[in-house]
Write a protein that binds this ligand. Structure first.
Ligand code: FES
Length: 266
């Protein structure tokens, strides 16, 4: 067999790291900057433990949902207050680790951070700086296979976010209310669902283990729908980072008194 088809032949014998002359470094650099900025913002907000709830309109930021610390405002703690109020424990410590693991093990984010943080490789036809490559065949990266379980957790958390969005239509005095905050919260929840169900694991759960789609028309229709969404998974991954940050920032701004909520009804 020719040596060019032998897997052990490795990389072509060229001294240059790459022969590409385009700006191949730009996408990984933008991804690195975008993800780093988001993680920094989310970390600061998760530990801030203030300006997470607008009592008058029942707006709760998704970064604090469910608010489960004894430090939470009682009105914001829809599922009880169990966690101790200490600075190093986010008020939503029950859900944030699962959301983090869901995104960390997401097929799209894996590609994004393997390329932009580990440079493994940074782009097609660009050699990576590491000597050895074992992919996801060993620990700790073998744990990426747990993604499907984090999908179930994320689906439950999306249900909780939906519950928060519904509650936000009721004002503190019990009357119906609608403001810009509601619109932002609902848009965020819709995109969170779109991102969650466009997950590759969701697609496999819905359409997998079937021999005949014709005998399962409902699952076939669902699988077709999820498959169409799945083609937009990368875009949804970024859009939801944006809607999450926007929702949190808007609620923080109203809660802190920097701006007033734009009211449409009530
Ligand atoms: S593959 Fe991205 S969330 Fe599952």
């Amino acid at each position: 067999m020719s040596s060019t088809t032998d897997a052990s032949a490795g990389r072509a014998e060229i001294t240059a790291r790459t022969l590409r002359t385009d700006r191949w470094w730009l996408p990984p650099l933008v991804t690195f900057a975008g993800l780093s900025a988001w993680v920094l913002y989310a970390t600061v907000r998760a530990f801030l433990q203030r300006d997470y709830f607008v009592a008058e309109y029942n707006y709760l930021t998704p970064f604090y949902s469910p608010c489960a610390s004894v430090g939470c405002v009682e009105q914001a703690a829809h599922f009880g207050r169990i966690l101790p109020d200490v600075w190093w424990l986010p008020y939503a410590a029950f859900t944030l680790p699962f959301l983090l693991l869901f995104r960390l093990t997401c097929y799209y984010y894996r590609k994004a951070y393997y390329r932009s943080f580990w440079l493994s490789p940074p782009a097609c036809a660009v050699a990576e700086p590491h000597r050895r490559y074992s992919g996801e065949t060993r620990y700790p990266l073998l744990a990426q296979n747990l993604h499907r379980y984090f999908f179930y957790a994320a689906a439950i958390i999306s249900l909780i976010n939906t519950y928060d969005a519904v509650l936000a239509f009721g004002k503190a005095d019990g009357s119906f209310g609608l403001g810009l905050g509601n619109v932002i919260i609902v848009v965020n929840v819709v995109f969170l669902w779109a991102y969650t169900i466009s997950c590759h694991s969701c697609r496999s759960i819905i359409g997998g283990r079937l021999n005949h789609f014709s005998k399962h028309p409902l699952r076939y229709k669902s699988w077709q729908f999820v498959s169409r969404l799945n083609t937009k998974h990368m875009q949804l991954a970024w859009i939801t980072l944006g809607t999450l940050a926007l929702t949190d920032f808007y609620i923080m701004a109203v809660a802190a008194g920097w701006i007033s909520d734009l009211r449409i009804v009530g």
